[in-house]
Design a protein around this ligand. Structure first.
Ligand SMILES: [Zn+2]
Length: 335
């Protein structure tokens, strides 16, 4: 599976089960359109093969290895760190859309050939963009730092702004978009004040069936856009109920807007501040056991709806990725 060339050790990706799973694209296309990995192209068996160990170059830091002094490849570093710090089968691997291929694809390939369960869920988010739709980046200098933004803007507005866009869609952050969101925030604050003035019962029982569409939206690949639309619908209805003097109905709706604020127990395996503890050697958390990582706060079925690909099907509304055979992707979720 791995082979040596004059400048390092490479992984033959065609021999990796399910290679292309994350990219969800035809590998022949990737071959021509994507920048392939570092290394001497002419000695590679396949342009997509990537370097596992790079032999020493003058002036670079090096470590000894059976193949000669050198350093690990870019993807190798990430896999080694995540498996060491988070353990096998950790819950969630996130990153920007631009890291999906080749970086994350190749991280996954490492774990597959090592026989180690890797990330159970992958979430790739779109970028924060400027008015021209350009990704905010240091190199372009077209960015506002979060610290600067939060000096001018209510931090709740920034959170709401992110929730009003799906995580896989670009988020436009400029004066106009922030202004719109601050007005939405004002709507929420006004309802909160009205509820207090009207003496509504803050402990009104939560109407769980009415909350179901909200939960369904969140479980559909974290559709926060739809979830927030429901919240603002409840706000509108609550104001109408207050106008009509229907205190019980208003209290029910305000309780829906507030949501379920009970604290969930801290999952086992977490240290202070929610940071994952170092896993015990050989310890493999089982699903629903409360192992490590974010998703463990809820039993698996309730975990926020990251599209799941486990050989049994695919998320509704999302076509199956073309390259993947049923069963090839057990325990791996992609989006
Ligand atoms: Zn990485």
């Amino acid at each position: 599976m791995a082979y040596e060339t004059s400048d390092g050790v490479y992984l033959a990706v065609e021999e990796v089960e399910g290679y292309g799973l994350l990219a969800q694209q035809d590998l022949r296309q990737l071959r021509t359109t994507e920048r392939v990995d570092e290394g001497r192209q002419e000695e590679k068996r396949n342009p997509l093969d990537f370097v596992l160990w790079k032999l020493a170059k003058p002036g670079e830091p090096t470590w000894p290895s059976p193949w000669g002094d050198g350093r690990p490849g870019w993807h190798t570093e990430c896999v080694a760190m995540s498996l060491d710090l988070l353990g096998d089968g950790f819950d969630l691997h996130t990153g920007g859309l631009d890291l999906k291929f080749p970086h994350h694809e190749n991280e996954r390939a490492h774990a597959v050939v090592l026989g180690r369960p890797f990330a159970r869920h992958w979430m790739h988010h779109a970028f924060v963009v400027d008015t021209a739709g350009e990704k905010m980046s240091k190199s372009l200098g077209n960015f506002t730092s979060l610290t600067d933004l939060l000096e001018r803007v209510d931090h709740r507005a920034y959170r709401l702004l992110l929730l009003q866009a799906h995580y896989r869609s670009p988020v436009l952050v400029d004066t106009d978009s922030v202004g719109v969101i601050e007005r939405s925030l004002g709507t929420l604050d006004r309802l909160a004040r009205r509820a207090i003035e009207a003496g509504l019962d803050p402990e009104a029982p939560l109407d769980r069936p009415a909350l179901d569409p909200w939960v369904a939206a969140m479980e559909d690949d974290l559709n926060t856009v739809r979830a927030m639309a429901l919240v603002f619908d409840w706000v509108r209805q609550a104001n109408a109920a207050l106008d009509a003097g229907q205190a019980d109905e208003a209290a029910r709706l305000v309780r829906l807007v507030r949501g379920d604020r009970r604290r969930r127990p801290r999952p086992r395996g977490h240290g202070r501040g929610g940071r994952p503890c170092r896993p015990r050697p050989g310890h493999r958390p089982r699903q629903g056991q409360g192992g490590q990582g974010l998703g463990s706060r809820r039993p698996p079925a309730r975990r926020a709806g990251v599209a799941r690909l486990d050989g049994r099907g695919h998320a509704p509304g999302h076509p199956p990725p073309p390259l993947i055979q049923a069963g090839a992707a057990r325990h791996v979720t992609v989006r």
